[in-house]
Every structure is written in C-alpha cells, then in structure tokens.
Design a protein around this ligand. Structure first.
Ligand code: QAP
Ligand code: CO
Length: 167
C-alpha cells in the first residue's frame, strides 16, 4: 500500500472532470486501497480520485467514529435528494479552511463496490454531505467555489500565504 500525494487548491487539475470506470481491474483495486490508506493517514473522512490526480469516478468515505466502515463508491450517481442542510465542510485539498455549503440533507446514491456489484445507499447527515462534496470533486468542483468571489479571494490569499510559509 502507499500514501498518495493530494493535490492542493488552487491546482488546476482539481478542475478535471472524471470519467466513469469501465472495468474494475487490479489497477482500480490497488488505487482504492491506496486512496483509503491516504484518507485514513491524513486523517480525513472522504477522498475523491480527482484529489490524487486520477480522473476516474472513484470515491472513498468513512464517516464512522471507529474509522472501520470504509465505503467505496465507483461510478456514483445521486438518484434522489431531499431537504436542505448547511454543514461546516473542510477538504484535504484545502487544508485549514472550513466553511458552510448548502446541500441536500438526504441523498440516495447508487454506485458499484470494489467487487463491481451495484448497490444503493440512503444517506443523511454528515454522510450525505460528504457524498455530495466528493461527487463535486469528480465533476471538477471544490467546495469553496460555492462561496462568494470575495470570500474565495480571501481564502486563496490565506492559502497562498500558508503555502509560502511551508516552502
Ligand atoms: C469532506 O474532508 C467533508 O483542513 C472530507 O487541515 C468534510 O476529510 C465533507 C481535513 C466535512 C463534509 C464535511 C481537512 C484534514 C479533512 C483539513 C476531509 C485539515 C486536515 C477533510
Ligand atoms: Co474535498
């Protein structure tokens, strides 16, 4: 297994739109393992393949308190959504930055697991928010891009300052 490098905002590769996985091969299985290891090591609760510079529709999530409930979503699609929530979000590609985004409160998502079996999942609360956040990554969208231009430019300035100080 391996820890993968996570792209840092404003890396333009975070805007690449991911394509569906056509066949679950050993390459995909190894990628999923490495994405999970990278997420747990960070530590984080969700990671999209886009964030590790692989532009295919793959997400790993674990919002459990025990960090032992790995969820793998390959080719995820939201088939129903309801309600409104505004959770405080963060992102491994935008470290140290947190803020609210308005999203659906509950979603039903269909996806393939790592064995290629299709399943559907009803999610609400943090899990529902996390699924939507990670699916945005696959569409090339980062959570801060929901914010006003003013708030985005302040965030960018803060990130640039921080990135300078660690170099
Ligand atoms: C997405 O984010 C998410 O800034 C997953 O310094 C987060 O795992 C969806 C992290 C919250 C919904 C709610 C962020 C770790 C982890 C940081 C993460 C940091 C260290 C973020
Ligand atoms: Co993120």
């Amino acid at each position: 297994m391996a820890i993968l490098k996570i792209l840092q905002y404003p890396d333009e590769r975070l805007h690449i739109v991911a394509t569906p996985v056509e066949r679950i091969t050993d390459r995909i299985r190894v990628l999923v393992e490495n994405m999970a290891e990278t997420m747990y090591a960070a530590p984080g609760i969700g990671l999209a393949a886009t964030q590790v510079d692989v532009h295919e529709r793959i997400i790993v999530i674990d919002t459990s308190e025990t960090h032992d409930q790995l969820l793998v979503l390959i080719n995820p699609e939201i088939i129903a959504r309801s309600g409104v929530s505004d959770y405080e979000e963060g992102c491994l590609s935008v470290p140290g930055i947190y803020g609210k985004v308005q999203r659906a409160e509950s979603v039903t998502v269909s996806a393939l697991n790592v064995d290629g079996e299709s399943y559907t999942l009803d999610a609400d609360g943090l899990l529902a928010v996390c699924i939507q956040h990670e699916m945005d990554h696959l569409a090339g969208k980062v959570f801060i891009e929901y914010w006003s231009k003013l708030k985005q430019s302040r965030t960018l300035a803060k990130l640039k300052k921080k990135q300078r100080s660690v170099m």
